[in-house]
Design a protein around this ligand. Structure first.
Ligand SMILES: NC(=O)c1ccc[n+]([C@@H]2O[C@H](COP(=O)([O-])OP(=O)(O)OC[C@H]3O[C@@H](n4cnc5c(N)ncnc54)[C@H](O)[C@@H]3O)[C@@H](O)[C@H]2O)c1
Length: 375
């Protein structure tokens, strides 16, 4: 790519700030994207490590309301000597910052991401993009109105292996997809004294297990089926840990069914009491087609419906870079690369999770149309 194109894609403020480094061979210098990370807890520090590994980034700011996390982040990014902030608005106000990561608790995502987009920043926003339909709607409007890159932190969308597997399914490798059976089971809650305990167990802040965590799994289901669901039915409850921690307002289990416009059906269960060591735990996803089925999240083997053919891998096993989604984000910014996890993907996944949560709360059916969001 020529440097004019890069300058154009980064915008004039970034171009002015670009830090140029000369390679040993004296080849074309690489512009570094001035970046900030807001929320430097568990996920934010992992993202920060990924940002530091990129060749074309410079971390100018890190922000958190907790001093210990801020200190750790400043140390992790020491080679870029970032400024530290406790007020995220001061980060957004900086004209020289071009890219912002939002890794705060879910209820804060929409407000922060909207402010960053409206200030002309590229945004990498952790999932879920909101905990209410209104937050999702507002962020969709802001992202569509912006000419900047918006990437949601659904990193499986950058996996070459999964992308290839979905492509093959869409091309008919198992016939027409008619059913998905998926789950997210864990042996326990997140730690009650852990890094996220001050927001995770509050349904108004996290949205609950389905919205905060299973959003990844529901996104995969939508991706594979190739549609967003029309409606969901479900039942949720807090059966094993009703009072741990005190004041808890999120479910510890749920069973759900989703109905897609094509007629495809999806069944989903979640719980935090699947004993470690008992078979069938963790995350899995069986995808059933009219000709075969695939064990999507583990072996990736395709099992033909008829005949005696042996199961064959849908795609070869591959070891993948854990920060590939961050590379995707910067490739979108600097090279205009295709965005596999844009606002439409993020909104559909979060709304699918919110729909399921609504059904579980109601103990009945919730329709997509009742979300009131026009995607
Ligand atoms: N994509 C993934 O695989 C993945 C994995 C883990 C977490 N996440 C997501 O990342 C987000 C954060 O999760 P986490 O596990 O890192 O939680 P965490 O509690 O460890 O970190 C959140 C951080 O945000 C900070 N914060 C809160 N309010 C703030 C504010 N107003 N301004 C600045 N900082 C503020 C907190 O002090 C905390 O350090 C969640 O949305 C979660 O769903 C994504």
């Amino acid at each position: 790519m020529n440097s004019n194109r890069r300058t154009f894609l980064m915008g004039s403020a970034a171009a002015a700030q670009a830090v140029l480094s000369q390679s040993a061979q004296g080849q074309e210098a690489e512009a570094r994207v001035p970046t900030a990370v807001i929320g430097t807890g568990n996920r934010g520090s992992n993202l920060l490590r990924g940002v530091m590994e990129q060749p074309n980034t410079k971390v100018l700011a890190v922000c958190d309301i907790k001093p210990d996390r801020l200190d750790k982040a400043a140390s992790a990014a020491a080679k870029d000597n970032p400024r530290t902030y406790t007020d995220w608005r001061q980060v957004i106000d900086r004209k020289d910052i071009e890219a912002v990561f939002v890794a705060t608790p879910p209820h804060l995502h929409a407000e922060m991401a909207i402010a960053a987009l409206q200030a002309g920043k590229h945004v990498y926003c952790e999932k879920p993009i909101g905990v209410t339909p209104r937050q999702v709607q507002d962020l969709v409007i802001a992202a569509r109105a912006s000419n900047k890159v918006f990437v949601v932190g659904q990193q499986r969308r950058s996996s070459p292996q999964m992308t290839e597997a979905v492509r093959k399914i869409r091309e008919g490798a198992i016939g027409t997809v008619v059913m998905v059976k998926a789950q997210r089971h864990a042996p326990s809650d997140l730690p009650y004294e852990g890094s996220s305990s001050d927001w995770y167990f509050n349904v108004n802040k996290s949205g609950g297990y389905l919205i905060e965590q299973s959003v990844h799994n529901l996104d995969m289901c939508n991706w594979i089926v190739g549609e967003n669901p029309l409606r969901a039915s479900g039942f949720g409850a807090t059966l094993v840990h009703p009072t741990e921690p005190q004041g808890r307002s999120i479910f510890d289990c749920g069973v759900l069914s989703y109905d897609y416009p094509s007629g495809a059906k999806m069944s989903f269960t979640q719980n935090v009491f699947h004993p470690r060591g008992m078979p069938g735990g963790g995350q899995n996803m069986m995808v059933y087609g009219t000709k075969a089925a695939v064990d999507f999240l583990s072996s990736m083997n395709v099992y033909p419906l008829t005949g005696n053919a042996k199961p064959e891998p849908l795609v070869p096993e591959a070891k993948e870079d854990q920060h590939i989604h961050i590379t995707t984000f910067y490739n979108c910014i600097t090279k205009g690369a295709p965005n596999p996890a844009d606002i439409e993907v993020g909104a559909a996944a979060t709304l699918t999770a919110i729909l399921g949560h609504m059904a579980m709360v109601k103990g009945g059916v919730a329709d997509w149309i009742d979300l009131g969001v026009n995607l």
